[in-house]
Design a protein around this ligand. Structure first.
Ligand code: BT5
Length: 264
């Protein structure tokens, strides 16, 4: 395990963005970067504000699940975004973030990251990161989107408490420790054009579909109402996954957890 404190000045050196990460709130430790981001949002934080930490005492996944990472090893950050888009397009902001992660990882480490529907980052088919998108409304319009991202860096997740077996990290995938500051820098540089495209009304659906390892797989999706099996055929603009069921019908799923039911 390689744990080195995050250097904000190192991250900012040469950062080629106009919006993302121009304002940075770094904390050596925090409960959850998403929680701090929400507080800052309520205080009027600007579009693109970055919250980053070395350690979370209450890192969160979806449905109040926990996110764990040893101190100083990983990327743990949230972006405060204030896109002027319809509420229904909120998922496209998370898509922009996921695609930026994959492209940034490729640029900084040459590792082949993919996305797993709806919000995982994978390396070699193993979960190496996750995204947590949250939004707030004001007068029925989208006020902010907070995208929190955890990306396993310089530790081996095998056998770690709270991390399921089979998880990966950039270090286990690449065999070498990664420098977190330049990695975060290029990730934000890759998210930005995609985020601005979403703000301009463009669609990321095609790029997202290409990055999703889930498409083409036979899967079981567990949702809050039960589980459903089928072949993951496509994704929609709003982030829905389209499943072809055994009876030939097609069903859209909007949220859930996916497992492959047989190898492709
Ligand atoms: C996610 O949720 O995958 C979204 C995780 C988002 C974490 C970031 S860190 C920065 C920001 N601040 C926060 O408080 N959160 C965000 P979900 O799909 O619900 O997956 C959660 C599950 O992943 C847990 O229940 C564990 O089983 C597993 N898990 C926890 N830590 C992990 C890790 N380091 N690597 C792989 N899997 C992990």
């Amino acid at each position: 395990m390689t744990a080195v404190p995050f250097q904000t000045s190192e991250f900012q050196r040469g950062l080629a963005t106009n919006v993302l990460g121009r304002v940075v709130h770094f904390r050596p430790a925090v409960d959850s970067t998403n929680a701090l981001a929400r507080t800052l949002t309520n205080e009027g934080a600007a579009d693109g504000t970055l919250v980053v930490t070395d350690f979370q005492t209450a890192g969160r996944g979806r449905l109040d699940r926990a996110w764990h990472a040893p101190a100083g090893t990983s990327l743990l950050f949230s972006l405060i975004l204030r896109p002027r888009i319809a509420v229904g397009r909120f998922h496209q902001v998370t898509m922009a973030a996921g695609l930026g992660c994959v492209a940034g990882i490729a640029r900084a480490t040459a590792a082949d990251a993919r996305l797993k529907w709806p919000n995982d980052v994978t390396l070699g088919g193993r979960k190496a990161g996750g995204m947590l998108g949250e939004f707030g409304l004001r007068d029925d319009a989208l006020d902010y989107v907070i995208v929190g991202i955890g990306l396993n860096g310089n530790f081996d997740p095998a056998g770690m408490e709270g991390i399921p077996p089979g998880a990966a990290s950039l270090m286990t995938a690449a065999g070498l420790p990664v420098a977190r500051e330049p990695l975060l820098r290029v990730i934000l540089e890759e998210i930005e054009p995609r985020y601005l495209a979403v703000c301009a009304g463009e669609s990321l659906r095609a790029e997202w579909a290409r990055a999703l390892e889930t498409l083409g797989e036979s899967v079981r999706v567990t949702t809050h109402t039960g589980s459903i099996e089928g072949v993951a055929e496509d994704v929609g603009e709003d982030g829905a996954l389209f499943l072809r069921l055994a009876d030939g019908s097609r069903q859209a799923v909007h949220a859930g957890d996916v497992v492959a039911t047989r190898p492709i």
